[in-house]
Design a protein around this ligand. Structure first.
Ligand code: SF4
Ligand code: SF4
Length: 368
């Protein structure tokens, strides 16, 4: 199977068409209007950017997606789920404050902003997938309950997934805290006794009563803990640590399985658009932005997330390296541009996604 990927370059060439207008044209060309039925609640999945980050996708582009969804008859909202780690987006209040500071306002984007898994990340729905890593995945309720999805991603490198594109935005992004914990680790969180002050907050909060306080220190019983990750955000001194142990391959495969859950029941109702610009070595989850590794390339759209991520990665790898970026040495050693950013094999997710039927790595690139 060969999928279609539509491409609008960041070059004005002979036309003086604005970039934002290209978003609407791509939406039409990719047939995304066919994904949306009258009055659909359409979730537009974005990443609002961690506080301090400056290279997250501009809301100005997403406004165009919102307008196109409305024109197609949908009722759009712009959304993301809370993070696993303690940061500026780990509950809905902090998350909305961060989004506001980054310009994600209804007056700018033309649609409400909704935190997909609720105030403290507990608004979740389990979806049966019966795959190799997971029988069920735990997704943000707004993802599952939406009638259609537009996955709008900033394509860049990623320190654990290799690439941060459509698969990462959808699969990792719509996992709840419990889901993100399961994707990141096969182990449960651990308490650092050097930091724990024995306040007991985590023990009161834990839904499984897996935490006991002994000799003034918390202890997590690994047999009882089911890895929801909720204790992480209750501990003010940050004594509870995520065991970041999943291998790159396992994490990438798990993200793909979460994607399968996120689109289940939405056949023909999902579109993917990725912006290959500000291709930083790290994700927008970090509160800084290193220099982009290549020049800005363009906007790509497809109904196939595997083909889309493959096409974006191919374009980044075909570009000249930014001589001021950190990847120069890696490229000299023979790594591809993306791999040079974090020395991670980013292809597992595409191979696995193709194997389990999420999409195809073969694509026809159609320039508009
Ligand atoms: S909330 Fe943190 S500091 Fe308090 S008992 Fe639990 S691990 Fe220790
Ligand atoms: S991860 Fe969840 S179940 Fe495990 S100790 Fe923390 S709150 Fe309890």
């Amino acid at each position: 199977m060969t999928s279609k990927v539509y491409f609008a370059p960041f070059r004005a060439k002979k036309s003086s068409e604005s970039l934002v207008n290209m978003v609407n044209r791509l939406f039409e060309k990719a047939g995304f209007d066919e994904c949306i039925s009258e009055n659909d609640l359409t979730a537009i999945k974005v990443h609002f950017g961690e506080s301090g980050n400056t290279t997250f996708l501009s809301p100005v582009y997403v406004k165009q997606v919102v307008d196109s969804v409305k024109k197609a008859g949908g009722n759009p909202f712009v959304t993301d789920a809370n993070t696993l780690y303690f940061g500026s987006r780990s509950n809905a209040v902090d998350h909305l404050n961060t989004a506001t500071q980054h310009g994600w306002l209804p007056g700018v984007i033309g649609a409400p902003v909704i935190i997909a898994d609720g105030l403290i990340g507990r608004d979740s729905v389990e979806v049966e997938v019966n795959l190799n890593h997971f029988k069920k995945v735990t997704l943000a309720s707004a993802c599952v309950n939406a009638n259609s999805l537009m996955v709008v991603s900033h394509f860049k490198c990623h320190m654990v997934g290799g690439i941060g594109g459509a698969i990462k935005n959808l699969g990792m992004g719509f996992g709840t805290r419990a889901g993100k914990q399961q994707m990141h680790s096969d182990l449960n969180p651990k308490v650092d006794p050097e930091i724990c002050i024995g306040c007991g907050k985590c023990a009161k909060w834990c839904p499984k009563e897996a935490i006991t306080i002994t000799d003034g220190k918390a202890y997590i019983d690994p047999e009882t803990c089911y890895g929801c990750g909720e204790c992480l955000i209750t501990c003010v001194p940050k004594a509870i640590k995520i065991q970041w142990d999943s291998s790159a391959q396992s994490l990438q495969e798990k993200m793909v399985e979460y994607c399968m859950g996120a689109i289940k029941g939405k056949e023909g109702k999902v579109g993917y658009m990725s912006f290959v610009m500000n291709v930083t070595p790290h994700c927008d989850c970090v509160g800084w932005s290193d220099a982009p590794i290549v020049p800005d390339i363009g906007i790509l759209a497809s109904k196939d997330p595997i083909a889309l991520d493959q096409a974006c990665a191919d374009m980044v790898n075909q570009e000249k390296v930014n001589p001021n970026s950190r990847i120069v040495e890696g490229v000299k050693k023979g790594l591809d541009n993306i791999r040079a950013a974090n020395d991670l094999d980013w292809t597992y997710q595409l191979e696995y996604g193709e194997k389990i039927g999420l999409g195809s790595r073969k694509y026809d690139l159609i320039s508009i």
